[in-house]
Design a protein around this ligand. Structure first.
Ligand code: HEM
Length: 393
């Protein structure tokens, strides 16, 4: 099976169901990665970083054409004990205060964005809505002022293409190198400024964080800033865009959420399970292993199909049904174990504030002339252009 084939990208869920039933751990195209489709097997992998390594995929971030890409120094590609040390350092700074600081500003921004949308006209929801709240949150986190948010978005978009660039793609390589250099330059400036004059923000907290007398190194700080840029934007943008599309497709659901806005967090959780943005995460086997009835040799890359695990019928009743009343929180949209998403609460908060503002003004959404298209990626899925019209009555 080719996971990037157009019919699979258009709707991967029936293909995932086939894998769960007939070949739960099997090699797929492109690249011969071992797809892991069942919930329990995904959990087995995530709980065992010694056998299924994140560090092993670091070399992916260190190709010859960009040997100093800071993502290679991020904790996403580290195993314990290196990961444990780094995670406890950044967790101190990335706690509840991040949410408290951001909430009023993001609420105000969400209402401003929604107020600016025309009534009854087709709107590019991705550009004018979904991307704006996460980019502001991110700008605030990494200390980039609003005047440079367009730049920040550009860097993130260019770097997101990193994994699809081959050794002969000279032009995209050059674009990525340029964006990395620009972002690095700005981040270095922010760090320098906060060192001289600490503020009440995440960067200042990161600079002063210590565990057992040790602080973060400059390389680790830079790796973390790039990780926030890559991990914190596309994910949340897709979540918001997919949510808007869902509300357009299901007017009764939209009416219910308008009448009972306290259900919005439940809507977001079910969106994350049913149509979450992260479809695959990668690990490397450090030994020969038996998994889901398959023999996987040492040194192979596994693609954990989170979106398939989240629709596993062995775990969820009628998994393809979108169900606001679904109880329990066993879903895996944010991963599990050592690398569990550090921004999970932030992403939920961003989505809640944005949707509260949308639902407070608009009563219904209608489709534009074109159907929604979906991005092309093994690891991430979201609508890239749902041209919808929003109506106040
Ligand atoms: C809907 C939005 C999001 C989803 C679905 C999501 C999903 C994930 C997943 C599945 C992982 C685990 C990766 C692995 O195990 O290899 C992860 C890690 C991470 N995420 Fe998120 N994420 C989201 C938003 C965010 C945001 C907003 C931020 C911060 C601004 C963020 C920061 C991180 C970081 C720093 C890690 C690495 C944690 C570690 O390596 O210990 N994420 N995310």
């Amino acid at each position: 099976m080719n996971l990037l084939a157009p019919d699979v990208r258009a709707n991967p869920y029936p293909f995932y169901a086939g894998l769960r039933r007939h070949a739960p751990v099997s090699q797929v195209d492109p690249g011969g990665l071992w797809a892991v489709a069942r919930y329990d097997d995904v959990m087995t992998v995530l709980k065992n970083p010694r056998l299924f390594s994140s560090e092993g995929i670091r070399r992916t971030y260190r190709p010859d054409w960009i040997p100093d890409y800071p993502m290679a120094d991020s904790m996403l590609v580290m195993d314990p004990p290196r990961h444990t040390r780094l995670r406890s350092l950044v967790s101190r700074a990335f706690g509840a205060t991040v949410l408290t600081r951001l909430e009023p500003r993001l609420r105000e921004l969400s209402h401003r964005l929604i107020a600016a949308l025309p009534d009854g006209q087709p709107v590019d929801f991705v550009e004018d809505f979904s991307i704006r709240v996460p980019i502001s949150a991110l700008g605030e986190l990494v200390g980039i002022p609003p005047s440079l948010h367009a730049q920040l978005k550009h860097w993130a978009e260019v770097m997101t293409r990193f994994t699809s660039v081959g050794p002969a793609d000279l032009e995209p390589q050059e674009r990525i190198r340029a964006s990395v250099a620009e972002a690095r330059h700005h981040f270095e400036q922010v760090l320098e400024e906060r060192r001289r004059e600490p503020r009440d923000d995440l960067m200042s907290d990161l600079l002063s964080a210590h565990v057992d007398g040790e602080a973060l190194t400059q390389t680790e700080l830079m790796g973390f800033m790039f990780l926030l840029l890559i991990g914190g934007l596309e994910t949340t943008v897709h979540l918001l865009s997919a949510s808007v599309l869902k509300l357009q497709e299901d007017p009764a659901l939209m009416a219910r959420l308008r009448a009972e806005p306290e259900l919005i967090p439940r809507f977001i959780d079910e969106m994350l399970r049913h149509s979450g943005p992260v479809h695959g995460i990668v690990r490397l086997t450090t030994d020969d292993v038996e998994l889901g009835g398959a023999h996987v040799p040492r040194g192979e890359r596994l693609l954990l199909l989170m979106a398939s695990a989240n629709r596993d019928e062995a775990r969820f009743l009628e998994p393809d049904r979108f169900d606001l009343e679904r109880a329990g929180s066993q879903q895996l949209p944010f991963g599990h174990g050592a690398h569990f998403c550090l921004g999970a609460q932030l992403a939920r908060m961003e989505a809640r504030l944005a949707l509260e503002a949308l639902l407070a003004r608009f009563a219904r959404l209608t489709p534009g002339d074109e159907p929604a298209r979906w991005n092309i990626s093994l690891v991430m899925r979201g609508p890239i252009w749902p041209p919808l019209a929003a109506h106040t009555d």
